[in-house]
Design a protein. Structure first.
Length: 244
């Protein structure tokens, strides 16, 4: 019998499931190995030769719990297109996981300093503007994070969003909100679009800037309060007309 081999973070854990752990020295019996439908491996660094059964069990069971504690979006009480899970690994690194409405998911370890603020500003802007064809909306539709980083955004909405996010990120990075008049800031961003011969987005208003600022402050505060190896879960709504 051929047994598929998968990394522990890539397993779509079924319900119910029986997990069998072998000893560090001899592993599982041949009979159990032959009966298994999946063999799961736990990646380690070069400095770690092996894991004892207690450590392996703790990692596998926590990973299964984390997978199954995130409900599919169709099970939730309101319409959401995407769950965004941010896990603090160290002060410099975090894990970004996205869970789509169809159950597909992907995870990437990120450098916090260069990626987190960009992703949070996108989250705030796209939520408050009710967008569905920008960064998170495109991920919800099935595009991968890697593809979004490599390809220029297609369509007017995505290009407009990138321009707005860049300006807001500049303010947020310096924590310079106290000197910003929302209406004037929105007009300044709109002027930048027009100077390049582009039409500014109709949703770019002073009120939007206020709402983005407040949402961004909330999620940044939630992230600062997230302990190491714990996860902040954000919900990205289904902004399509009628939620379908």
């Amino acid at each position: 019998m051929r047994v598929n081999i998968s990394g522990v973070d890539d397993v779509s854990w079924p319900r119910p499931v029986a997990i069998v752990f072998g000893s560090e020295k001899t592993g599982c019996s041949q009979q159990l190995t032959d009966a298994a439908t999946l063999r799961v491996t736990i990646p380690t660094t070069a400095a770690v030769e092996s894991l004892n059964v207690a450590a392996a069990a703790a990692i596998a069971l926590h990973t299964r719990y984390r997978f199954n504690s995130t409900p599919s979006l169709s099970e939730r009480t309101s319409a959401h297109a995407l769950l965004i899970r941010l896990t603090r690994l160290t002060n410099e690194r975090h894990l970004l996981e996205v869970v789509r409405d169809d159950g597909t998911r992907e995870a990437h370890e990120m450098e916090t300093r260069s990626a987190l603020l960009h992703d949070l500003v996108h989250y705030a802007v796209e939520n408050e503007a009710g967008l569905n064809a920008s960064f998170y909306g495109r991920m919800a539709s099935g595009q991968t994070y890697e593809a979004l980083m490599k390809e220029p955004p297609p369509g007017a909405e995505a290009l407009q969003t990138e321009g707005v996010v860049a300006r807001i990120q500049g303010i947020a990075k310096k924590d310079a909100w106290s000197g910003v008049d929302p209406k004037s800031f929105a007009a300044s961003i709109a002027g930048g679009f027009r100077a390049l011969g582009d039409e500014p987005p109709a949703w770019l208003t002073g009120d939007l800037i206020v709402r983005v600022r407040e949402r961004l402050r909330r999620v940044q505060g939630q992230w600062r309060a997230t302990p190491f190896h714990q996860t902040l879960v954000l919900e990205f709504p289904d902004n399509r007309a009628g939620g379908d």
